[in-house]
Design a protein around this ligand. Structure first.
Ligand SMILES: C[C@@]1(CC(=O)O)C2=NC(=C\c3[nH]c(c(CCC(=O)O)c3CC(=O)O)Cc3[nH]c(c(CC(=O)O)c3CCC(=O)O)/C=C3\N/C(=C\2)[C@@H](CCC(=O)O)[C@]3(C)CC(=O)O)/[C@H]1CCC(=O)O
Ligand SMILES: NC(=O)c1ccc[n+]([C@@H]2O[C@H](COP(=O)([O-])OP(=O)(O)OC[C@H]3O[C@@H](n4cnc5c(N)ncnc54)[C@H](O)[C@@H]3O)[C@@H](O)[C@H]2O)c1
Length: 194
């Protein structure tokens, strides 16, 4: 086990948080796509001195996203931003904005500087209600991507059905909490017995 791997994964409800992306190039598009892949109605503000045609096309018709073509302003951090992704091509600027955000308690990702990230984006696998997040602790995004592809391939389509069936059983059990835990564990024992 790598004792330096201290990342704690959480699954954020990004439509009820406000995310600011600064930058309007390829990396901004990659991070925007990562958010939208998981929630097509994520609440996002994007500020970029230039904003690519690809970004404009991607957000076309999505009313939870607003684009602002201009340079970043400190006041961009004043309107209830909770998550910040810095994707400009100016490392010094990214570091300055990171400092401002930190002072305000805004969780920040500086895409090209892992040392200045409060959180990393992960590769994500979704099978209905099942969501798996993958990180390599910043060491190899390529590995994370390939491992996502492996998991997408091997997880059967029935996975979501299984989760939903267990949810139905969970909701129908009118017994004590400890009895419920015992029954659910008992019913799922054979899933892990091999
Ligand atoms: C998982 C994923 C999520 C997403 O973004 O959606 C993601 N990067 C993805 C792809 C990808 N990114 C890069 C390549 C090119 C090959 C390579 O470099 O490996 C590829 C692969 C490809 O595109 O094929 C380049 C790159 N990435 C970072 C740096 C800077 C550095 O490391 O210093 C550089 C070099 C820039 C340069 O050289 O200029 C940094 C980060 N990228 C992370 C996440 C975070 C760590 C995640 C972890 O812990 O594993 C972290 C630390 C911060 C962050 O961005 O959150 C997504 C896969 C989605 C999917 O397909 O499932
Ligand atoms: N994390 C990753 O996955 C990853 C991958 C590749 C590259 N990078 C690094 O990320 C950085 C961005 O890469 P890119 O390909 O998106 O670059 P890019 O040149 O395509 O885009 C940079 C964007 O930042 C904007 N910008 C610059 N100054 C600004 C300001 N003051 N206010 C608002 N917007 C401003 C520009 O207008 C442009 O839209 C580079 O430094 C690159 O080395 C990171």
């Amino acid at each position: 086990m790598n004792s330096n791997n201290n990342l704690f994964p959480v699954f954020l409800k990004i439509r009820q948080l406000k995310t600011l992306i600064v930058g309007g190039g390829n990396v901004a598009l990659e991070k925007l796509n990562a958010l939208l892949k998981n929630d097509p109605r994520a609440n996002i503000v994007l500020v970029g001195r230039e904003i690519s045609e690809d970004i404009r096309a991607r957000v076309n018709g999505i009313d939870t996203i607003s684009l602002h073509q201009r340079a970043f302003l400190p006041s961009d951090l004043h309107s209830g931003i909770q998550l910040l992704i810095l994707a400009t091509n100016n490392r010094d600027l990214n570091a300055v904005i990171y400092g401002m955000a930190r002072a305000k308690g805004i969780l920040t990702n500086v895409a090209d500087t892992p040392d200045l990230c409060d959180f990393y984006l992960g590769s994500t696998v979704t099978k209905g209600n099942l969501k798996i997040g993958i990180s390599t602790n910043g060491q190899s995004p390529t590995f994370a991507k390939r491992f996502r592809e492996v998991l997408e391939d091997i997880l059967p389509d029935e996975t979501n059905e299984l989760v939903n069936n267990l949810n139905r059983i969970r909701n129908s059990l009118k017994v004590s909490f400890s009895e419920k835990v015992r029954i659910l564990n008992d019913k799922t024992k054979e899933l892990v017995s091999k």
